[in-house]
Design a protein around this ligand. Structure first.
Ligand code: PMP
Length: 461
């Protein structure tokens, strides 16, 4: 290690320089980092993050994960105690540890009926990657090795490993890796009426989107289709909320053709929609679900794959060995932190709070932005929201993505002390479950100002 990278006593400016020189950031234009050094966040509490003398209201809960809020002493203490007791041991073969054992039981208790078997990984991507392997393994065990094709939707986000990237719906994420035409992955429509509905009514549109799945299965041959992946709410690409009836219809189609249904609840799981799982919110049941962000509120990396008994019994039949696992699967410290996180959600009634109090308030306040000229649609469910910006409210026409209108709006909000997330022509909000009515008021006021400022700038140009 050179002297330069020795962090002992380095000033903030030095650390920024070190970062600029050595740190490759995820999903970041290197040119942006060359122009300006990274903003160093070095503290956080409740719904606020701070750094370089600035405090910001984080209406994104990090990346939609810090559901119990930042800086919880009980989480810190739990991590320290757990690390003291058992800093690490693996879970391969017939070994486990008390916290991972307890967490698997607790997840099974909370999960929709019949989902009782849990595999642990470290990130949402790893959980979905695990599912892709499990699905292959399942159909081979069932004597149907040709059932391999995975259906995914436009606007999907399922991860960053090579295989999960191939499931994503954003061409910009696929093209650099030559994954647009990856064999074995087939794309179907998303229920995104506002952007893709044309002259159809919202109901006509979601029915066509669901029909698209059935048509695709028939075209490919059900004997070749293994599974369908759905994020109940397509969060990363703009908080696309499924219309009532759509997900139950997806389930009906999957069952009809013997296609496994995977609910990627990495964002929605553990309460974000006001129920423990979005399957309850939207009235459908998956065969497999994945959990990550809200499992530990982002305090430590941990994710889970939860299997229905019918799937697990095949995977675990006889002498089968599931040839898969990570060194840190079921890490005792991560599991302890996740247990404490769920304990906080339960003791403080935070999931109920999202459903009955703060979620409806969030929806009501954000709806007030819908009258602004730039705002085409405001979508909310529980504590996730997407604000879709348009150049023309009547035609739903959007500004060219290259114009970066959403980035300008979120930058204007940031300068007023509020973090929101621009994605395409949408602004996404995903605040911690402890967000107060006052914090929501403040954030909505700031967003109104930011939207008006950018609208005026567009007019002036
Ligand atoms: N699935 C969904 C629905 C996600 O939103 C994300 C992350 N944004 C992932 C999977 C991947 O999770 P991770 O970044 O932890 O790998």
């Amino acid at each position: 290690m050179s002297q330069e990278t020795d962090q002992e006593g380095a000033s903030l400016i030095e650390l920024q320089e070190i970062d600029q020189k050595h740190h490759i950031h995820p999903f970041t234009a290197a040119s942006a980092l060359r122009q300006a050094p990274p903003f160093l966040i070095d503290g956080a509490s409740g719904c606020y993050v701070s750094g370089q003398g600035i405090k910001l209201l984080d209406m994104m809960a990090g990346l939609g994960c810090v559901n119990v809020g930042y800086g919880r002493k009980e989480m810190v203490n739990t991590a320290a105690e757990a690390m003291q007791a058992l800093s690490y041991y693996h879970s391969f073969s017939a070994v486990s540890n008390p916290t991972a054992a307890a967490l698997s039981g607790l997840i099974a208790n909370l999960a929709p009926e019949g989902m009782n078997r849990v595999f642990f990984a470290n990130s949402g991507s790893e959980a979905n990657e695990t599912v892709l392997k499990l699905i292959r393994y399942y159909w081979r065990s069932k004597g149907k090795p040709e059932k391999k094709i995975i259906l995914t939707r436009d606007y999907a986000y399922h991860g960053s490993t090579l295989a999960t990237t191939a499931l994503n719906g954003n061409p910009a994420m696929l093209e650099p890796y030559g994954l647009e035409t990856e064999t074995g992955i087939e794309r179907v429509r998303a229920p995104y009426w506002y952007r893709q509905g044309g002259s159809d009514t919202p109901e006509q549109h979601w029915k066509k989107a669901a029909q698209d799945i059935e048509d695709k299965i028939i075209e490919l041959g059900a004997e070749n289709v293994a599974a369908m992946f759905v994020e109940p709410i397509q969060a990363t690409m703009g908080a696309i909320i499924p219309p009532e009836g759509y997900l139950p219809e997806v389930e009906r189609i999957c069952r009809k053709y013997n296609v496994l249904l995977v609910a990627d609840e990495v964002v929605t799981g553990l309460g974000r929609t006001g129920h423990w799982f979005a399957q309850e919110t939207f009235g459908f049941k998956a065969d497999i679900m994945t959990l990550a962000k809200g499992l530990s509120s982002g305090y430590v990396p941990i994710s889970a794959v939860v299997l229905h008994d019918d799937i697990a019994s095949v995977v675990e039949d006889g002498e089968n060995i599931f040839q898969h696992g990570f060194t840190t699967s079921a890490h005792p410290v991560m599991a302890a932190v996740a247990l404490r996180n769920i304990d906080i959600l339960m003791k403080e009634g935070l999931v109920d709070r999202v459903r009955t109090d703060i979620g409806p308030y969030f929806a009501k306040k954000l709806a007030s932005l819908a009258d602004l000229p730039l705002v085409g649609e405001v979508r909310t469910c529980g504590l996730i929201a997407g604000i879709e910006l348009v150049s023309d409210k009547t035609t739903r026409a959007q500004y060219p993505i290259e114009a970066g209108i959403c980035s300008h709006v979120s930058q204007a909000a940031l300068l007023r002390g509020v973090i929101v997330r621009p994605t395409g022509n949408n602004i996404v909000l995903c605040p911690p479950f402890i967000v107060t009515h006052k914090e929501i008021d403040a954030a909505v006021d700031v967003l109104a100002e930011a939207l008006t400022e950018i609208e005026n700038a567009i007019k002036a140009s």
